[in-house]
Design a protein around this ligand. Sequence first.
Ligand SMILES: [Zn+2]
Length: 494
Amino acid sequence: MPNTAITKLQPYFEKMSRLKQLLSILNFDVETKAPAKGMEKENDLIAFYSAEYARIAKDREFIALVKEAEELGGLNDAEALNIEDLLDEIHLMEKLPIETYIEWEKDTSKCIEMWRKAKRASDWSMVKPYFEKLVANKKKEAVLLAKPGQKTLYDAFLSTYEKGQLESDIDAVFGPLKEFLIANLPAVLERQSKIHFKPLDDHPKHEQEDLAYDALKAIDYELDRGALGEVEHPFSDNIARDDCRVTTHYHIDDWRCSLYSILHEGGHAIQFQNWSDYEFDNHVDGRASAALCETHSRFYENLIGRSKEFASILLPICQKDLGGELKNMDVDDFYHLVNKVERSLVRTEADEYTYCLHIILRYELERDLINGKLSIDELPAEWNAKYKEYLGIEVPSDAKGILQDVHWFQGSFGYFPSYALGNLYGAQIMAKMKEELDVSRLMSKGNLAPIKAWLRRKDFAYDYLDPKDWITKVTGKAMDPNYFISYIKEKFLG
Ligand SMILES: [Zn+2]
């Protein structure tokens, strides 16, 4: 017998998905095209519709139906997870007055706006008072989110992105990974010092935009179900079933930044474009954990995009769109150029080897900040000290240091680990895929369709599951960081 409460919930689900779509479009507009002077009104609009969305979770009939759906039982696995998430939201909103919710949303929008200005001016002090307010709000929110079994305030945030994960789980994985990466960095750089890297030419925006579109085509992103925008901090968004957009940022003096940003965001959007009808029909599209999303972005960016095999596909595209120094380049030179390991400052531009170190240090800082072991006053100096210790580099400015990422300034504490976890899951999935497909041959032919089909069938179809259940479903095994460590070892030290 069908669960009657689920049937009665459908109009609410429709309204929620419409509001989510609207908020995503507003957010895309704010990030890409909205005029500076129109920003305040548009942020106000976002706060208004966010509150409208939040009001649903406070609607008495809705709450009663969600509770009834759980009690009636007989739910399929997607419905059960959806109801579980809704009960979490309801419990939070039961404890949080709507006025406070609206105030927190406004504080967050203001902090993001001030971060943008502070980053441009490279001046941490401009955003600091707004950040203090935001962190104070977030600590109150963590108390409300906390669940039995969680041991720290940070655990409450982590589980909003990675269901069921505790900071102790992350420490257990990141500890050995950090040790391996720091210990072997000198050897990787020494090995690389024998390679001659061709210097890069400047390439104007219009050339790089052509390259962005061609790269999206090369990885089978469906342009007629998406769009490409230009932003300060690249992102992608699953606005609707047939509207999955990507963005990038063009650096005139380094075409690699936008190319790999596009492959990253394109990877996200390929996942969004390939969710199953089952996921949409049961309203679990978009439920995938942050690490699951970062798995697929980094899969296309690195495991495919930075492979020797796919270099032979990317090089002619770059030669056609950019010309210049690429004209006489061979595949080996290109491969080395897009895999150059550096003691660098900026996470989004970091190479595949050092990337996890950028993440691990952010994770350690946000964990200690939220748990009260590190103050906001100490944060910038601690950031700089960790860059010196882990990557051996001095941080010259706030813009290239603590202000480089938006995450903290939009209150997304607990998100950073997802990027590194995505690398680990991705390597494990690639190993499984290679048992069933000749991945090397497909990449060297530029024929990524079978890879996408495999992901669609065996991976995306289950990515609404909690991370531990999903990785076991996809690969038949629990998460094992050694797949990534072996991959990195072979690629950079083999
Ligand atoms: Zn991403």
